[in-house]
Design a protein around this ligand. Sequence first.
Ligand code: GLN
Ligand code: ZN
Length: 770
Amino acid sequence: MTIEFPAGTVLGYPRIGRNRELKRAVESYWRGASDAAALAATRAEVRAAARSALEAAGLGRDDASIPEADASYDHVLDTLVTVGAVPARFADVADLADQDLTFVLARGDAEHPALEMTKWFDTNYHYLVPEIGPETTFSYRSHERAEQVREAVAAGYATRPTLVGPVTFLALAKPSDDAPAGFAPLDRLDDVLDAYVEVLADLRAAGAQWVQLDESALVSEVLGVSQTELVDAAARAYERLAQAEERPALFVQTSYAALPAAAFGALAKAGVEAIGIDLVRGVAPANVTEFPGVRVVAGVIDGHNIWRGDLAAAFGKLSALAERGVLVSASTSTSLIHVPHTLADETELDAQLRNWLAFADEKAQQIATLARGLADGREAIDAELTAATEALAERAQAAGVRIPEVRERAASDIELSRGDADARAEAQQAALGLPVLPTTTIGSFPQTGEIRRARRAFGRGEITEAQYDEFLREEIRRVIELQEELGLDVLVHGEPERNDMVQYFAENLEGFVTTANGWVQSYGSRCTRPSILWGDVHRAAPITVEWTRYAQSLTAKPVKGMLTGPVTILAWSFVRDDQPLGDTARQVALALRDEVADLEAAGTGIIQVDEPALRELLPLRRADHEDYLRWSVDAFRLSTSVARPETQVHTHLCYSEFGEIIEAIDGLDADVTSIEAARSRMEVVADLHEHDYARGIGPGVWDIHSPRVPSEQEIAVLLELALAGIPANRLWVNPDCGLKTRGYDETVASLRNLVAATEQAREGITAPVA
Ligand code: GLN
Ligand code: ZN
């Protein structure tokens, strides 16, 4: 006897705890300061708090509308441990308790490099990448999900456990090192399904009426698996799961883009009871009315952003489906892990702005309202719809949301070209006089405890601004001296004034606010506090110029100016939803353009504009790529094209998977690009060679994600690999990324080896430097 799917639900809830209790408990456990029981207790408290928060927001206790949204570290990793897909290279630790095994998989240890981590769809959440090969065994291993259902039932909740679905689990996996060429993780679908069948039976036995399976891979065209393959896999998987004798009703949910009709049809025909579609990012599939028995869970409240939004329009989408005869429920478009817990903690926020926002609890309230409207008719929720509409109207008119001068400038025609790149390279070499294979770093130096303490003291008013400034100057002096002593060629000021590469700019630009407790999980115990971009963006005063100028005054070597690019600023903030992203990017770009011009005027000969998020925002559907790449590349050029030809523009992209967007990267027209390459042992060099990439390029020679110090010899080998595909006069030598998470010991040792290896490599180069 299964209960009907509820009229309203959320797809997930923040799981780090309202005051980051889980983060603290996990880190304390890692330090050895508390035991496994204490960690388990905190997790249980966080789960209980989530259930009561959702109930308080208006979701029902006994109708499966509250998801069981726990994760011990990451939901993909939890699914991996649930179906026992422990990679063979971890076989010797496979007997550890589930929680400990999870941590070894996620973080690695002396004998085991960690699983790779990558971005979850087009979000800033990172998941652990399963490694699947022909040798992988599957078995129902961790019973945590079922235990949590029992726990919830005991507390009086008809909860809904959530797991990553089998197709998405495999589509997001990578082939294990032992897999032969041509093997794809999806080849193991039938085997993993055996484990899922067992899991479902146990969830049912524990009392789950519904289970939620996340199959967002079905909306993506950029996973390297074709749409046909995904649809076939979904059909196979869900026919099998639907036929399982003992199981909860199946709710297959998809997020982040439109679900294609073929995938919707396959799920419906397979016998899935409810299908979730994202109606914030996409529209309903064309065949949505063709399966009257299937419940459509319509994601009409944006789960990936913090705006209160247009509630009446959301209700309109639900009504339109209902009028077409679709059995419809209201939901968030995505899990709420992407937004902070509650606005109740934002007492410092301007009251007017606060009225435009909705965090997780407030979004759950919106869902409860919509569900009531579906049950009792529009009149029943008229007051709520009107209030949201009024807030929206007020927002559209509010001071700062639309500033005529900012808009006029953004609408004007601005030259994006800096002229011929080769001619520029010559002018830059004449101005800078750099040696062949110039050495540099990516910008940040270690953020020491001392720096964080000083920042905190300044934030609390315990030291004056003058004292804090003096502290930062001292820090810059130290970092410049160190780089001179090490013999690096292009220096940086070290970014000690920045808490975070995006938040720092958000705090110094008009049009942004920061929150007090707006933390969201980035991965594991790591959280970020994105700023809110609410209004027209402009720059009131120079931001970085004084620090850079000061650093340059201390040395005869060039010091790079260091900015965060427009796309990355958008990707790592909560961005206004009332205009196209490209329009907002243009405003941010113009603010940065002013900063570039001022840096140049202050004598900065090299300016780096970091765009590590360029790839992350790449839309999941190919039809949207062209538009995205056009506005994102234009925004970068808009921010940099003000620089004179002899000023060298650098950019930094963290990753090295160039394939998909190499033309866009070329289109940035940066003179020098630094990328990550050490872990993949310069794999990217072949790509660059193949594309005749004709600009300065710095493939990283030191993997800064681990505390390991690379030896001089190791770096020399990487440089040799690089020189095999990149002309010497284009090659730069640098680490993979910024050094802010590293300690000084390993930083000094590694940079020493980097400089020594470069000197060694230079001796082998006889070609004249162009
Ligand atoms: N300049 C930044 C730093 O060095 C770049 C970091 C990044 O791209 N993630 O920290
Ligand atoms: Zn980086």
